[in-house]
Ligand binder design. Structure first.
Ligand SMILES: CC(C)(COP(=O)(O)OP(=O)(O)OC[C@H]1O[C@@H](n2cnc3c(N)ncnc32)[C@H](O)[C@@H]1OP(=O)(O)O)[C@@H](O)C(=O)NCCC(=O)NCCS
Length: 408
């Protein structure tokens, strides 16, 4: 039976505010699956045209798929969110690019005609599930030198990337980090971020007083507005003695969840749903695991080639900031200035945080807002580096594009 590939669109995306992992973090007493439920409920609330019975799939990513992130979380979170039991779900893992992969996976199914509409997102509660919890890497990786030992520690791979790009100094990484904090603070001041956050009620306790009541989380906890180069200059370099990667120029350890609605364009239009972005192409690529931060470069090359576009066609970039050096390597490769105004206009993970498997949909949600505001831009790109040496890139088209001045 001949099949026609259908246009796929990003209908909407939301997220919980991100928290700091650990006993003092806002979500210490909150379950990971409850964060996902919040995000799904919010999507349904703000998209009344989306009949829950019509949802064909719920794909939710988590890197550590045990405990409250286990049990095929797409399925369990769907039931907990009150979706009809007829709506199936599954979990997915590509570490940092989990939610991004949830989106591309359901998008492929929409394009094929297997689904009309699906929910895709991700969660990581790094407080409840620290990075590497329960992992058991095969000893052959190291004994047979399949990878260098540093490949297993993301911060060390970032130091390795600094070695590969000696011109990307700690000073440049710190300057980038300061700008990320400034842009994020400005985006908050201008109400750009809050519009896609779902407030979360949380239980608070402390060691002396026990339960101290409930609070409502409405903003990202990790942000450090007012960060200066001087603040960052003398921070410890935990991944290497006299290294360059610090808590200031890296994303932190965080908790949070995201969710999005992905549909065929026809379904969205027939059901009165918004069309915020149109999928153009997506690609994944592997690189040497010890320099995993390089991954976005070959992934982007593939995605651009598939789309018949070049980097100069891209008018907006949302690059996940796992580490400043990895964003700078990408920009350096393409000859884009460190402070190019097309890049991470609202700041990035260095400021907001990076709850691993959830972050991809945060990038998309932010790009969708920027598309709305900038109809002169036709194409935008979301890209991330991924543990164990991978990159992931999705290229999107702006449905609001007006080719007034002929620019991209
Ligand atoms: C870098 C890392 C080890 C730091 O962890 P941490 O030590 O728990 O981080 P903290 O938030 O406590 O920050 C450490 C110090 O830097 C300071 N700091 C961090 N950011 C700062 C900023 N913007 N301005 C000023 N000081 C800052 C903190 O105040 C703290 O100071 P203190 O030791 O005096 O209390 C951790 O965030 C990490 O592993 N990040 C990478 C996560 C990762 O690999 N993700 C996957 C990517 S692929």
């Amino acid at each position: 039976m001949p099949r026609t590939v259908r246009d796929v669109v990003f209908v909407d995306g939301v997220r919980t505010p991100f928290g700091k992992a650990g006993p003092k973090g806002i979500y210490h007493e909150t379950r990971a699956d409850d964060l996902v439920v919040k995000a799904i409920r919010e999507l349904l609330r703000r998209n009344p045209g989306l009949d829950p019975k019509k949802i064909d799939e719920v794909a939710i990513a988590a890197t550590t798929q045990i405990g409250d992130q286990g049990l095929t979380i797409g399925r369990t979170a769907g039931i907990l969110a009150g979706l009809p039991t007829s709506v199936p779900g599954y979990s997915i893992d590509r570490m940092c690019a989990g939610a991004l992969t949830a989106v591309t996976t359901v998008a492929g199914s929409v394009a094929f005609g297997a689904y009309d509409v699906a929910i895709a997102g991700g969660v990581e509660h790094m407080g409840r599930h620290p990075m590497g919890e329960g992992v058991d890497p095969n000893p052959r990786f190291v004994s047979e030198k399949l990878v260098d030992e540093s490949a297993l520690f993301m911060g060390m791979t970032a130091e390795n990337l600094h070695d590969r790009y000696p011109q990307i100094t700690k000073q440049r990484a710190d300057e980038y980090a300061v700008r990320s904090q400034e842009k994020a603070a400005k985006a908050y001041a201008n109400g750009k971020i809050q519009a896609d956050l779902v407030p979360v009620s949380v239980r608070r306790t402390n060691e002396e007083a026990g339960e101290t009541g409930w609070g409502l989380v409405t903003a990202d906890e990790p942000m450090r507005p007012g960060t200066t180069l001087e603040n960052l200059a003398n921070l410890k370099t935990p991944f290497r003695v006299h290294g360059r990667v610090t808590a200031g120029n890296a994303a932190g350890l965080n908790d949070g969840a995201t969710a999005s609605v992905i549909a065929s364009e026809d379904f969205a239009r027939e059901n009165g749903l918004p069309v915020k972005m149109r999928l153009v192409s997506y690609s994944f690529a592997g690189v040497e695991p010890e320099v995993m931060g390089y991954g976005p470069i070959p992934a982007t090359e593939k995605a651009l080639a598939q789309a018949g576009l070049s980097i100069s066609d891209i008018g907006l970039f949302e690059i996940n900031e796992a580490f400043a050096v990895q964003v700078l390597a990408f920009l350096e490769h393409y000859g884009i200035a460190d402070d190019d105004e097309r890049v991470n206009q609202y700041g990035g993970a260095i400021a907001f945080g990076h709850p691993l498997a959830s972050s991809g949909v945060r990038l998309m949600t932010q790009l969708a807002r920027q598309f709305e505001e900038q109809p002169h831009v036709r194409y935008g790109l979301t890209t991330m580096c991924v543990g164990f040496g991978m990159g992931a890139t999705v290229i999107w088209e702006n449905p609001h594009f007006e080719n007034a001045g002929g620019s991209k």
